[in-house]
Design a protein around this ligand. Structure first.
Ligand code: HEM
Length: 497
């Protein structure tokens, strides 16, 4: 031991054992895809394959798809994840075997107040909650909410006037974010928050934080998942507590006000959920029971967190894409002017039938799907298209990469709304385009979101054009965290028509 005079033999044995355990633990889970014969990037101890090709996770997925094809294995820190963009397999996972093997997403368990939100609950619990909520999102209900949405879109166009008059460079999220929040708040709780005239409102700050997971907590649970129950016991949550509590207080206050004035008949999401309590009879089977008080609060918060940022981000990217493609904007202006002559009032049916508008929004959601990845967890070991998916394996569907597969979408980086023209649309395999997911667990608010986005676009474009300016970043640097989005705010100008 002459070279190592400082420690005793026992200490050396302990140290070496510790190093061996440390190395083994960091690599333990990393051999599974090799065993299954599935290609993928080589994992690094503890870090897995995170950011091997690009630090922006959805661009990294795209690089992997180019390198490894339509199925590959990756490791999110120590956690194996099977990435799939094969349309046939997607149909099986998302639709055919949804109820048998792939009903649930992964559950981090650190969900705080949102533990019973529809996007997080599992199996029969999910079916019950989803069934009740579905009744809020029928075409009829959304049509009923159209006038509330219009009230907000009118405010949006008014707020843009001074910015156009002053030739201001605007952070486009500062107008579409508040519009989206106001629509969500007014349709969810019938409350006119008017954040459009107060963009630094606490509602916007907390709404934006809901989708920002704590990176340190994420890394800690990734390294040491066995600490999850303890962390849960200590009240740790991925969803910032201050933000969930902020929304919880709002919902509770509104509920209390409604209880006092019981004659009010409001058609918002909250009322629909409250009604589900009284229409359920005590003797009814568990599966048909209405929502509990806590479930109502969770769903109300979840609507804001699922709808606000996604709809705002979509509008931001459409504005950016139109500003960069004036010929597309001109065609859209023509369609808007012929559908609603002389800047006439926007009607629901006519809006929903606008073909070019639909193509523009679809193409934008192809290039920039706000949710870049879907997830399903395998309940049992199952073989799909010859590939064995072991029990508990997380199947990850990289939407961003799927939408940029050059074999499915020629010249994928180009913004070409005509890919979705009436004629071309028929040739699109529905499992190659998934901005709202697919199958029984797809986006509950899809129709609602499309109406919100299309209405804002038409009302704004009736009066203005978007244009790029010196401050517009081209090409965009993308945000490595959260939703698919720009790292820095997108700056544009609006010009009165
Ligand atoms: C452009 C806007 C939106 C986009 C791109 C979007 C996209 C998505 C995606 C990709 C999923 C996952 C689907 C899957 O796993 O197959 C999802 C789930 C969900 N979305 Fe949206 N969404 C949008 C707006 C909204 C709005 C406005 C609401 C509610 C008012 C909403 C409510 C939900 C809910 C509740 C789920 C979970 C469904 C479940 O687990 O059963 N979304 N959304």
């Amino acid at each position: 031991m002459g070279y190592f005079p400082f420690f005793s033999l026992e200490t050396w044995i302990l140290l070496i054992t510790f190093v061996c355990i440390f190395v083994m633990y960091g690599k333990w889970t990393h051999g599974i895809f090799e065993k299954l014969g599935i290609p993928g990037p080589k994992p690094v101890m503890y870090l897995g394959t995170v950011g091997r090709h690009n630090k922006v996770y959805y661009i990294d997925d795209n690089e992997c798809a180019k390198k490894y094809g339509r199925v590959w294995g990756m490791y999110e820190l120590r956690r194996p994840m099977l990435a799939v963009i094969d349309p046939d397999m997607l149909k099986t996972i998302l639709v055919k075997e949804c109820f048998t093997y792939f009903t649930n997403r992964r559950n981090f368990y650190l969900n705080g107040e949102l533990y019973d939100a529809v996007s997080l609950v599992e199996d029969d619990h999910w079916r019950r909650v989803r069934n009740i909520l579905t009744t809020s999102f029928t075409s009829g209900r959304i049509k009923d909410m159209f006038s509330i949405m219009k009230h907000n879109s009118r405010k949006l166009t008014t707020c843009l006037q001074s910015k156009a008059d002053n030739n201001e460079v605007i952070n486009i999220k500062d107008v579409f974010g508040p519009y989206s929040m106001d629509v969500m708040a007014s349709c969810a709780f019938s409350v006119d928050m008017d954040t459009i005239n107060n963009p630094s409102s606490a509602l916007i700050t907390h709404g934006s934080k809901l989708l920002r997971f704590s990176t340190s907590l994420f890394i800690f649970q990734g390294f040491f998942p066995f600490f999850l129950p303890l962390l849960e016991l200590l009240g740790a949550s991925f969803f910032p507590k201050a933000s969930t509590n902020f929304f919880k207080t709002i919902v509770e206050k509104i509920r209390a006000e409604r209880n006092e004035s019981s004659h009010q008949k409001l058609g918002d999401f909250l009322q629909n959920m409250i009604d589900s309590q009284s229409t359920s009879e005590p003797k009814k089977e568990k599966q048909n029971k209405g929502l509990t008080d806590h479930e109502i609060i969770s769903q109300a918060i979840m609507f804001v967190f699922a709808g606000y940022e996604t709809s705002a981000t979509t509008l931001v990217f459409v504005a950016y894409s139109l500003a960069r493609n004036p010929e597309v904007m001109e065609r859209l202006h023509e369609e808007i002017d012929s559908t609603f002559p002389n800047k006439g009032p926007v009607q629901y049916e006519a809006l929903m039938q606008m073909e070019y508008l639909d193509s523009v929004v679809n193409e934008c959601l192809r290039l920039y799907p706000p949710i870049g990845r879907l997830e399903r967890k395998a309940k049992e070991t199952v073989k799909i298209n010859g590939i064995t998916i072991p029990k508990d394996m997380l199947v990850m569907i990289p939407i961003y990469a799927l939408h940029r597969d050059p074999e499915l979408w020629p010249e994928p980086e180009e913004f070409r709304p005509d890919r979705f023209s009436k004629q071309n649309k028929q040739n699109i395999n529905q499992y190659t385009y998934l901005p709202f997911g697919a199958g029984p667990r797809n986006c509950l608010g899809m129709r609602f979101a499309l109406v919100t986005v299309k209405l804002a676009l038409v009302e704004v474009l009736q009066n203005y054009s978007f244009s790029v300016c010196e401050e517009t970043e081209i090409p965009l640097t993308m945000d490595p965290e959260g939703l698919v989005g720009p790292l820095k705010p997108i700056k544009l100008k609006v010009v009165t028509r």
